[in-house]
Ligand binder design. Structure first.
Ligand SMILES: [Zn+2]
Length: 215
């Protein structure tokens, strides 16, 4: 029984990465965004919009990449993040996050951290695979709601960092994943700050970490 619960949880947690189809402009852009990370290491500069790219494309590529990476990062600690260890989706004593969507939870609802993560990843996945929102074809305009939707996705993804850093940091260290998570965090932070995609108050739970890592 326990193992079947675990495996069903796992199958929801480890999602296939969304990939941009080879040969498309988005795929080229994805490769470029990735390459710039390896060469420079100056993440603050790497997030800036290249003059030849459009803002919406640049945001789309990054939202998908961050989703893929943060989803994997959560996967590394998900065995230790259970309904028992984390009955509340929180960032310490002071911050608690409620889940709401337009489907199952119309009112903000307290969920356990793994339940929240599962809803979150499912929700993001359905949006980034919706080609009316995450437009794939060159020349097709993004909807007006695109940036507000991306802001919401990034705000919620930030909470995954909050939860992991505050509640599962010891496991990251044991697993040897700390440096990797830190560099993903920095990249994410510089990106959302560069384009003002997350409200300042969201950063409060990790302000000390951010001061240490990013400035
Ligand atoms: Zn947890």
């Amino acid at each position: 029984m326990a193992s079947s619960v675990l495996s069903s949880k796992k199958s929801r947690t480890f999602r296939p990465k969304k990939k941009w189809e080879k040969g498309t402009m988005k795929h080229e852009l994805h490769k470029k965004a990735k390459a710039s990370l390896h060469s420079g290491v100056d993440l603050r500069a790497a997030v800036r919009l290249p003059p030849e790219e459009t803002y919406n494309d640049w945001v789309a590529i990054h939202v998908v990449d961050f989703f893929n990476r943060i989803n994997l990062i959560y996967g590394t600690v998900s065995d230790y993040c259970t309904d028992a260890t984390c009955p509340i989706m929180s960032g310490g004593q002071k911050y608690e996050y409620l889940w709401a969507d337009t489907d199952r939870y119309k009112k903000p609802t307290a969920l356990s951290a793994p339940q929240y993560m599962s809803m979150l990843m499912e929700w993001i996945e359905s949006i980034i695979n919706n080609e009316d929102v995450f437009v794939v074809q060159a020349g097709v305009p993004f909807p007006k709601t695109f940036i507000p939707i991306c802001k919401k996705i990034l705000t919620r993804l930030y909470r995954v960092f909050v939860h992991i850093y505050i509640h599962h940091f010891d496991k990251l260290v044991v697993l040897g994943a700390e440096a990797h998570v830190n560099s993903c965090y920095k990249h994410f932070f510089y990106f959302v700050v560069e384009f003002k995609l997350i409200e300042g108050k969201e950063f409060e739970p990790l302000q000390h970490l951010t001061a240490k890592l990013c400035y």
